[in-house]
Design a binder for this molecule. Structure first.
Ligand code: F6R
Length: 369
């Protein structure tokens, strides 16, 4: 049932082109308009929404963080992302104009379910982005947008993460269409970019040999750091989480801009650091800033493992290793950039002889608070 793969995680990483394609499938009409009929929420309610709060845990919360950048940009609605277990204990400002988006692979995470209940008690509309049909969170929500990743068996979430990001993008584009914050041809263009993602993920998978080699050679390192900026920040957090979970290696993700505010003190000779580099075609010169971060940490002896867009030669002088991913729109880049990090964690854990599908102390769904 592992389809020739060594682990479910490995199989699920390789299923990701399908997870994204299937989540996109059937959600546009022949004219290219998004039709999310399954969201049975009055359109008037969605037009009135003045704030979105994403509630989720772990990897699902990182999917929410990625979505925040896109939804704010496309819809001009403020988006907060809150860990579900923090949300209801801080007396959050939630009312009838708040859309709460609960993201969960299992649909059974108790922390997330309790956040859903709390939000509804406060009069918010709750939309669930969930992978498991018939689970509890969608039953208790006002609406559900299913991710079509298929069953995820490995404890560490991979394909569900990509499907969650994809579904959240569809939600963002749907809101933009409904509220008129993007022109139809702009939405169509983003959807076209999204439809190209599965083949681009496949290209990353086809190039996995280089990552595997690096992972195997690094199996005894005590700590790995991950840096990212903009949408690369949650990708860095997710890369670190994967490594902690299944390889039991101390790992931390940082916003690259935060480096000089503290974390750079951790850099010493041979400290491995992954850096997720934004597209050189993006705005605000973020690319140049992250490239200079690589230069700074390399000058302090770090071993730099760079994830960059194909053709980005600026990173070459400062990278000990580069993993190139295909070009795409800046906001969609996490769907590609996270894949080398997933493969890295999976290969490193396998090289250590660990059970990557059943890491110690963890369960696939956390049904207690
Ligand atoms: C990470 C992981 C966990 C889950 C989290 C939420 O690989 O598996 O962090 O993402 O427990 O689970 P769901 O999505 O089922 O609510």
């Amino acid at each position: 049932e592992k389809g020739g793969f060594r682990s479910f995680m490995d199989k699920e990483i390789h299923d990701q082109p399908h997870a994204v394609a299937d989540t996109l499938l059937g959600r546009t009409d022949t004219a290219g308009h998004l039709v999310l009929d399954e969201i049975r929420v009055d359109e008037a309610v969605l037009r009135r929404v003045d704030k979105i709060i994403v509630v989720a845990c772990g990897t699902a919360a990182y999917a929410g963080q990625v979505a925040k950048y896109a939804i704010e940009h496309w819809c001009r609605i403020p988006v907060e992302v809150e860990l579900a277990h923090e949300f209801r204990y801080r007396d959050p400002v939630v009312d009838a104009r708040t859309l709460v988006v609960a993201v969960s692979q299992s649909g059974e995470t108790m922390d997330t379910l309790m956040a859903v209940r709390h939000a509804r008690e406060q009069g918010a509309t709750v939309l669930a982005i969930v992978n498991t049909h018939g689970s509890t969170i969608p039953r208790e929500s006002d609406a559900v947008l299913y991710t079509h990743a298929g069953p995820e068996v490995a404890v560490a979430s991979t394909k569900a993460f990509l499907a969650q990001i994809t579904a959240a993008y569809l939600l963002g584009l749907y809101l933009a269409q409904l509220r008129g914050t993007k022109y139809p041809d702009e939405i169509a263009e983003i959807l076209d970019d999204l439809r190209e993602i599965p083949d681009k993920i496949q290209a990353v998978l086809d190039a996995a040999g280089a990552i595997r080699e690096v992972a195997v050679a690094m199996k005894d390192v005590p700590s790995v750091l991950f840096l990212g900026r903009h949408v690369g920040y949650p990708v860095a957090m997710e890369g670190a989480l994967k490594l902690k979970e299944i390889a039991y290696i101390h790992a931390e993700g940082f916003a690259a801009g935060e480096l000089k505010h503290g974390p750079i003190a951790l850099i010493e000779t041979d400290q491995p650091v992954f850096i997720i580099v934004p597209s050189p075609r993006g705005r605000d010169s973020l690319h140049a800033k992250v490239v200079s971060n690589i230069q700074e940490i390399r000058a302090r002896g770090a071993r730099t493992l760079v994830v960059a867009e194909e053709g980005d030669e600026d990173v070459l002088p400062f990278a000990d290793q580069v993993f190139f991913v295909p070009r795409t729109a800046s906001l969609l880049a996490p769907l590609l950039a996270v894949v080398p990090l997933q493969i890295f964690a999976c290969e490193l854990a396998s090289a250590k002889g660990l059970d990557v599908d059943q890491p110690r102390n963890l369960a696939k769904s956390v049904t207690v608070e």
